[in-house]
Write a protein that binds this ligand. Structure first.
Ligand code: GCU
Length: 607
């Protein structure tokens, strides 16, 4: 009883402090007035000395609300005691993680303070928002010394209304970023990827009219490929008014009236649509307008569904020729920072013959998904409910639910996204079934136009590989990770002895298999970490998986080698997970071509 009351109290507190925080405006990049990307001064603060006093009392919770580094003070009088100074502190690039920019911060986990000065002349007729594409992990944000709020979750956008805090002239924004891993967070304390810290995606000041288009969904109806359905949500001082959707190429210009909450539902019969697909990544120019506001977007229209063991894209059976990808540039050993980095990754996937990518294990940037729209790659998007989460902690669930909500809200208009995944390799238990089950129904409630999945685990009985995870009941695909020939099952030439026993008659999409290979290390196909071993592993896996009647896709682990603090072999790994088909220097390994030729045969089969 006390525990529930306490949780409730903290939830209310959280929402109060985040009063200025609102769900990110849809398609923020179309509203930017000032980019804050570039150099930010930073202060490394392992003891959170700029946040707590020596009694560990938070300065921003003190009566004055002052005293921390967020005051951004500089000496004006020689006898003043100020023990920090951003102006003379070094700088980091934003967007970007600190680990790959400063050698001594490569393994740093803790607090780093960021400060950016910017000049603006706010127009009192307008509203202003401070938007962050992503900050890993816990961010406390201050503008001109005032606390705007706090955000948790390293991979989803958030923003604050800043009208009343902006100064006409020079402003100071200070962000306390803390990437300390904790058991009850999402992700939890143990992962197989580098815990890159920092302001890893774009930062903007966006401007809108007082009454503005906060959100919209314009997609094909799940039930009818001849109708575009969705809604437009206004915010600010709204009264019922007319809003419009225009898609000139389709001869569409529809007006609708908003209700008292500022929402207008739309349904538009649409003929002669050129449906979005990897072969035809058609995007339409769409204009959404209201009396005071207008937003342009590029949207593709497709339907995705299943029938028996088939996956139907626009009603036609497809094979998902995929690859898993981390949000990391192997050449930089850091988070993807620019469209160029992202295009490089997706271009490699295209060279492999892919029509599909698994963006693992957390939401990648909006730019990456928009690029997938443009380049014709279907997307599996995921929230970092990864391995052993604190299943019975309500805060942990609310955190996971919020990240799922923010992911679906941000990318609901992206035609490339076909699957929302609620997690990866989560251990079986009643609490876990409930936790994941609730996430699945939440996702279905938010979006009925896409498939819901999760990367399940398998277990074995002799040479039988069994897939009977109860969650398989609730998801639309049977998607699982299996590492025959690497973590179990002997060498590649031995895995043919296995067969799959899959409980569910649904499309089977193998979300992971693979083997490490140090790029350029050549030996025989029984020598682990050699390119020949990985090549043989792919040949045997493709043969084994092709025995599964319902096999309709795969995303082998993984496109490129990536950093992992769990990989310490000094010769073969050196803090790299080497399961990439491309090495950290950008060289394609032998197995790259094994998969490429399999995919060209699949392309032929499903054309
Ligand atoms: C797991 C996990 C990945 C990990 C991979 C590996 O299945 O989902 O995050 O990197 O296996 O062990 O290489």
């Amino acid at each position: 009883m006390i525990k529930v009351a306490l949780n409730l109290f903290f939830l209310i507190l959280l929402s109060l402090t985040a009063a200025g925080q609102s769900g990110p405006v849809q398609n923020n990049k179309a509203r930017v007035v000032l980019s804050l990307n570039g150099k930010w001064n930073y202060i490394v603060d392992p003891y959170e000395n700029g946040f707590y006093d020596y009694r560990r009392k938070a300065f921003d919770a003190s009566a004055s609300g002052k005293g921390g580094f967020f005051d951004d003070l500089t000496h004006t009088d020689k006898s003043e005691l100020i023990e920090y100074n951003f102006d003379y502190s070094p700088a980091l690039n934003v967007p970007g993680d600190w680990n790959s920019q400063v050698e001594k911060l490569e393994l740093y986990e803790g607090t780093v303070w960021y400060r950016k000065k910017f000049t603006i002349s706010p127009n009192s007729e307008k509203k202003y928002f401070l938007y962050f594409g992503a900050v890993n992990y816990e961010a406390h944000i201050y503008l001109n010394g005032k606390k705007l709020g706090m955000h948790k979750g390293g991979f989803t956008p958030f923003q604050f209304e800043i009208d009343k805090h902006l100064i006409n002239g020079e402003n100071s924004v200070v962000v306390k970023v803390d990437n300390t891993r904790k058991q009850d967070e999402i992700p939890t304390i143990n992962t197989d990827w580098w815990n890159y810290g920092g302001i890893t995606r774009d930062v903007f000041i966006t401007e809108t009219p007082q009454s503005y288009i906060a959100d919209y969904k314009i997609q094909l109806s799940a039930a009818d490929r001849g109708a575009i359905e969705g809604y437009i949500q206004l915010a600010g001082n709204t009264q019922t008014e007319l809003v419009k959707v225009q898609i000139p190429e389709l001869g569409i210009s529809l007006q609708a009236k908003t209700d008292a909450s500022g929402k207008a539902h739309i349904r538009i019969p649409a003929r002669k649509i050129s449906y979005w697909s990897p072969e035809n990544p058609k995007l339409y120019g769409v204009t959404i307008s209201s009396a005071a506001d207008q937003v342009e977007d590029r949207i593709g229209f497709k339907t995705i569904g299943t029938k028996g063991q088939d996956i139907l894209l626009n009603g036609k059976s497809v094979f998902l020729r995929g690859i898993s990808i981390h949000d990391e540039n192997p050449l930089l050993a850091g988070r993807l920072r620019s469209e160029g980095d992202m295009r490089m990754m997706l271009q490699w996937a295209k060279e492999l013959g892919c029509n599909y990518v698994r963006l693992a294990h957390y939401p990648h940037s909006e730019d990456m998904v928009r690029l997938a729209d443009e380049m014709g790659l279907m997307v599996w998007a995921e929230v970092p409910v990864y391995w052993t989460i604190s299943w019975d902690n309500p805060d942990t669930y609310n955190n996971a639910k919020q990240q799922l909500t923010d992911l679906i809200s941000r990318d609901k208009n992206r035609s490339s996204v076909i699957i929302w995944s609620v997690g990866n390799e989560t251990p079986l238990s009643e609490q876990r079934h409930a936790f994941m089950g609730n996430l699945i129904s939440h996702a279905r409630g938010l979006d009925n136009t896409r498939l819901i999945a999760a990367a399940l685990e398998v277990h074995r009985n002799g040479t039988e590989v069994i897939v009977d995870d109860p969650l398989g009941e609730k998801i639309d695909l049977v998607s699982f990770n299996e590492y025959a020939g690497w973590y179990w099952g002997g060498t590649p030439d031995e895995i043919g002895k296995y067969h799959f026993n899959i409980k569910y008659s649904k499309p089977v999409v193998v979300s992971e298999f693979g083997a490490d290979a140090l790029g350029g290390f050549y030996a025989d196909d029984k020598t682990k970490f050699s390119e020949e071993y990985q090549e043989a592993l792919y040949e045997s896996q493709i043969a084994l998986l092709s025995t599964i009647k319902g096999l309709r896709g795969m995303t082998p682990w993984i496109l490129a080698d990536f950093r992992s603090p769990r990989r310490q072999h000094p010769i073969y790994q050196n803090f790299w997970n080497r399961k990439g088909l491309i090495s950290e220097t950008g060289n394609k390994k032998k197995a790259f071509y094994t998969l490429k030729s399999f995919y060209s045969s699949k392309q032929e089969q499903y054309k």
